[in-house]
Design a protein around this ligand. Structure first.
Ligand code: CA
Length: 218
């Protein structure tokens, strides 16, 4: 079951949300100041954060900004009494996933919480796997077995293309246009160069040369 951090200084609202979410089966923690909310959120273990904007000590925007510097993933829903459009825009640009103006009905909040958790769950599942090679498309991290492999953005994109089309022969032209995004340049050997980089980093026999046709991920 999901754990939700409720950062809200108005006791009446915190209690109301806390009680409702617990009744809906969630585990909850309440923080009533900005610094407490940030410390709790950075401590991790939460599947979602409900973040009031008007918090003592540090406002919700600042909490969000600092949280996003270390955790891009956790869904954050901003709560606020201010119903100005500026706040919504600032919150969403600051990395909030959603925004609920006060006063709100509990069932409305619950629906948003469930929606954001569902989306986050789908994103978290966004990995490609093949023979011990794994690409996490959300964090852009590559691992071979337990080892993290440092790939450049272009190398990652090329590896992703191979994993999405495992066992298919991909021509240099296809790889050029999909990964580099430019039209076929018959003189370019950039694909061969990057395949060599990937072989060095991911294992020499992972990408097979199909003579006269291109490359294939085994
Ligand atoms: Ca408040």
């Amino acid at each position: 079951m999901s754990t939700i951090l409720i950062a809200e200084d108005e006791e009446r609202i915190a209690l109301f949300v806390d009680k409702g979410l617990r009744a809906a089966g969630f585990t909850t923690i309440v923080a009533s100041t900005g610094p407490d909310a940030l410390a709790a959120a950075q401590g991790g273990g939460f599947d979602l954060v409900l973040l009031d904007i008007g918090l003592p000590g540090m406002d919700g925007f600042e909490v969000l900004r600092r949280l996003r510097a270390t955790d891009a993933g956790v869904p954050v829903i901003m709560l606020t009494a201010r119903s100005g459009l500026d706040d919504t825009v600032a919150g969403l640009e600051g990395g909030a996933n959603d925004y609920i103006p006060k006063p709100f009905r509990f069932d409305e909040l619950l629906a948003r919480v469930r929606l954001r958790l569902r989306e986050a769950g789908q994103q978290a599942a966004t990995t490609l796997n093949r023979d011990g090679l794994e690409l996490d498309l959300r964090t852009r991290r590559a691992t071979v077995g337990d080892r993290v492999v440092d790939l450049s953005a272009r190398e990652f994109a090329l590896a992703e293309e191979f994993l999405r089309h495992a066992d298919q022969v991909l021509s240099r032209e296809q790889l050029l246009s999909r990964v580099w995004g430019f039209d076929f340049d018959p003189g370019s050997n950039v694909v061969d160069v990057y395949v060599r980089y990937l072989r060095t980093k991911l294992g020499a026999d992972r990408i097979e040369t199909v003579r006269g046709m291109g490359y294939r991920l085994r």
